[in-house]
Write a protein that binds this ligand. Sequence first.
Ligand SMILES: [Zn+2]
Length: 479
Amino acid sequence: MSAQSRHVALPLKYRPMTFADVVGQEPVVRTLRHAIEAGRVANAYLFVGPRGIGKTTLSRIFAKALNCMSPNGSEPCGECANCREIATGRSLDVVELDAASHNKVEDVKPIIESVQFRPTSSRYKIFIVDECHMLSNAAWNAMLKTLEEPPPHVRFVFATTEGDKVLATIVSRCQRFDLRRIQTHDIVARLRHVCVQEGIDAEEDALLAIARGAEGGMRDALSSLDQLVAFRGDKVTEADALGVFGLVSRSALEGLAGAILRGDVASILQSIEMFESAGKNMRRLSGELLQHFRNLVVLQALGPSSPSLAATPDQIRALSEQAKGVDPNRVFRVCDQLVEMEDKLRYVLSARTLIEMSLIRASRIAATATIEELMRVVRDMKSGRKVAAPPAPAPATPVPKVSPEPPAVSIAELSAPASARSPEPAPAPKVAAVPKPAPASAAPEPPIPPPADAADILNDPKFNDILGSFPGATVVNIR
Ligand SMILES: [Zn+2]
């Protein structure tokens, strides 16, 4: 189907018609279905959540399920007269009130008066009040009595974006459900389904960009897809979608994250310069970068198949690649720095400068060895295990036996400070030589005592020499 012959807007056409169609609100849907199946439907429901995530849609499906003449379990059939009338907003027994524009006592009076009449052709008379937080206090008060003791054939469904503004006396008479923002990968999956149905040829990353731009709202995502198709025809590219939202491409975002992890300051500054001159939304960039690192933390802790990972399969592949060989503690510390940046961004005029400075700091944190890491390396060296990191000027080769000619900073010396230990006979384990072969010395090696604990190593005057031999090993205070 081409863009020209499609007349129905995508958000309307792909509006969920049954509970099974609803994306990303499983807990709420499960509870509502259960209430219908068990015949324990409350008098009033309150749906709270950001715009475009399906509050009104869910209200209508619920109304259909209650009044359907031949329901399939808890699902409305979608075919009977009642279902069709509700779907098109023509049902006499399902009254919708938009409180954003009708918030006065006069507006709710017809509702209150009609409550006493039985439904014409259905089981229930259902009142759906959208943006109910806009109702005036007088309007609420007029409704309170009815809400307290509604006739058995009456049900209320309130929907609002601002649950905190609804009077406590009202909330306490409703079953409240908080609907959540829809996960990006759920939106991508739905968009892909729509594209297949509509014959739209969209790049996977274009769908991701649309979903990212919609920030958890399915309606916004479908509207954006609609706009892009109207603008570009049936071929949707990532570049088009990014342009609409001022977003940075997935690969550029992953590249920037990589530069931070490598401590590559030049790359970071170049990327930010590029994003700024391309008119990208810097505050969104900050949020998405944080999301990326949050995903890295989740991936390292729970693995790539964790449901907590808010990412598409392509993103998960890239994340897995990036997570390889990076210490989770470092990723976590970068995350910490980015959270701080997010917080400060609210108060600054120049987002760019703050982002530059914060990312440079994050990259330093990412590239700096911690005491714990150094200690681990030193302990490994002492126990004779091969030390994998950090890279050394010369490859470390195991010494076949303890040589009478010690290296410049020998493990034996490190673990045997002259002040603390008296030489005592001990079996000499094989040790890995520290890089930098040493000038020969004639002094005989003292016997190697058992491995020391962390305190011994820290107290050792030679410890700082070891630290100095690490490339890039600046010791910083970790918050
Ligand atoms: Zn039906």
